[in-house]
Design a protein around this ligand. Sequence first.
Ligand code: FAD
Length: 460
Amino acid sequence: MTAHAPIPSSRDHVVIAGAGMAGLLAARVLAEHYKRVTILDRDRMPDNPGFRSGVPQSPHTHVLLGRGAALLEALFPNIRSEFLKAGAVPLDWPGDALWLTAAGWSRRFRPGISLISLSRDLIEWTVRQRVLDDPRIEMRTSTEATGLLADPDGTRVTGILVRQRGRPGSDHTIGADLIVDATGRRSQCCRWLTTLGYPAPEETSIACDVGYASRFYARPPQERDWRLLLLQAQPPDHTRSGMIACVEGDRWIVSLVGRLGDRPPTDDEGFLQFAATLRSPLLHQALRGADPVSPVRGFGISHSYRRRFDRMSGRPAGFVVIGDAVCTLNPVYAQGMTVAAIGALGLDAELRRSPSSDLTGRLQARIVRASADAWVLAGGEDLRYLALHSGERPPLRNRIMRPYLDRVVRTATHDRHVNRALLRVVNMERSPYSLLNPGVMLHAMQPGKAAPPEAPPLAQ
Ligand SMILES: Cc1cc2nc3c(=O)[nH]c(=O)nc-3n(C[C@H](O)[C@H](O)[C@H](O)COP(=O)(O)OP(=O)(O)OC[C@H]3O[C@@H](n4cnc5c(N)ncnc54)[C@H](O)[C@@H]3O)c2cc1C
């Protein structure tokens, strides 16, 4: 990526609060359009790929979807090779996957979608190193954002209020032409805006009450013909799911997932017992011969939500919200990092289109739009589970689409064409509406097609 035009004087300094994936990707892009980028985070950053408390979700499986991987490569050329050099595992989905879909086992067509499997800690660490290689970007750690500073009539945000963590009385302001909030799902941005006299944005939320329990294992020496074992739920009877993915360090990451308040236990015994209740015994059997190399860690998300910052009746210039602070999706669909990357590239496109005028509203609209497809896909599934739980009827559109989508999933287990179409949607390479293309519909609606394989299929 190269800047096309000289940077206007109104774009001197941008401050990004939050150095998770959304903040880092935005920093990469905004460095092309502002003279200086400061990215701040309340955490201290580890020297190696490792856990930090500001990203408590990092010990859980983080699948980098096909589109997300391609966008990372566009932002950071050769990053895929760097991931692989650090031990990430190349993975063809479904060729390298034992994948029990809601409709049954999927055949293992090759080539499928080419992915790489690695831990969230390694993804973020590698991206952070690349971002900090850029001399235009500075990072301040142990620095907590606490509010916004605006001009006297409150129409423009002129800075961000911060304090050094663990240093009482260290409160001060950093001035900037643009402030970006990337502090994630616990963002205080709505409070910051109402303090300035603006209404909070309209929010749509769906209860999902998803619980994760995850653990790393040493990868056992026996050869297996899969790199991903994915056992999905099958509502209404089976609402539990689990997966094993090969990751760097010759390890497996194992995540068990329950929905609607069904939290997988984090003690050794309970973890294994939960694994034994999945739809296939394969995951539990695999764990019996494997040595854990981490404790079991748990995590829960009660709601997914999407905040319409683009529809606010008024907004201050110079302030944009991105990432999970705008839209937190149910993590089982693995979309969050990809949505962050789509949003970052949306910022870039908007800033290139118009180099001088104030673009706050348009930048914000791009960010909200970045999550639109993901929300349709994840929200549709979540509403289905919610209906089972509460008896509430899903919206008419979902009720009409459900039988067709079930048919697509079933056909995808044995039809190469539909399998690819479905995986491209799941990997966010195509819109969910592409499943309505005549080519897919014709395959999916053919009567008397083969059934899914009854036993886990061998690699083809
Ligand atoms: C269990 C789980 C599994 C997931 N699995 C996947 C997956 O498979 N694939 C995928 O793409 N996505 C997945 N996600 C989603 C993904 O983690 C996020 O969507 C993505 O990382 C973008 O998050 P973010 O950068 O907006 O926020 P975060 O990653 O939450 O980062 C926020 C940052 O802001 C900092 N911060 C917070 N408050 C302040 C403050 N006041 N001042 C300064 N700094 C602050 C934090 O320290 C942190 O660094 C998963 C999420 C969960 C919970």
